[in-house]
Design a protein around this ligand. Sequence first.
Ligand code: SF4
Length: 348
Amino acid sequence: MDNKIDIKSLNLEELTGFIVKNGEKAFRAKQVYQWLHVKQVDTFDEMTNLSKAFREKLEQLCYITDLHQEAVQISKIDGTRKYLFLLEDGNVIESVLMRYKHGNSVCISSQVGCRMGCRFCASTLDGLVRGLKPSEMLDQIYKIGKDIGERISNVVVMGTGEPMDNFDNLLKFIELLTDENGLNISQRNLTVSTCGIVPRMRELADRQLAITLALSLHASNQQKRLELMPVANKYDIHEVIDACRYYFEKTGRRVTFEYSLVGGVNDTDEDARELSRLIHGMNCHVNLIPVNPIKERNYVQSNAAVIAAFKNKLEKNGINVTIRREMGRDIDGACGQLRKRYITSKEG
Ligand code: SF4
């Protein structure tokens, strides 16, 4: 791939510039773009309405990102599919397909590994390897759509990685994914999560996109958040909540707070009270997640009665709450563990 252009990461304008510079007519760009993003071919040879000479030229100058499906686990309970994809440089990433009544939703990774160090997360145990290119984020969705032969209607950037730590590539990915000349997924059907990188949250708000912002909150006060999420050393919980308020002001989009319930750590009555005070008056939604146990850390799931009581308390304080349905329970293990097992087996 050295020095070749990552053609699937170019927007239509950039592609047009590139194609004209290489002596072809501008309208060819749209054809190529459609091959890449609508028909989603993986080789230049398949672009049959282009001349052979032009296809050869593209082949010399560019490459097409083509993730290889290394493994897939399929849930017998609800059809959830967990994919392990091999990247061109030998790294692996995970993506998940969830089937809902309202459509197919794909959760993608934005980085190989992660450097944020959240204590309850398996994806960060080996640190960050690198950010994914826009084409590598897109191709997770394209490959899964092809695999099931159905349209993907919703995308969540909530797999391995901190999307705001790969910000420029994230923005480009959003542009390509929601482009009417491409897959044309509505911005409203896209959710991006963050552990709370405040300057980037504000920058995203200023762009006034219609995407949903999901904040991984996971604690009701600064002290507890510090114990679970090292990023809190850099950005205080109140700064992060202010950035969420700002996001709503700028975009009119209700913010989602993700709250993983860890048994005995952040699931008490007092936590529910503090959380209610913290986000009081906000146009928001709290998603409670029964945390997946990870064997490298000593975290256990809150029991069902504690989860129900926590939800109740928030609702009494006028907060919108859901408990995240566990998808693919039979194939599970927390996010990042399929990759971890794969790497360990290769090392062994
Ligand atoms: S929860 Fe997200 S941000 Fe935190 S370590 Fe895991 S992948 Fe990174």
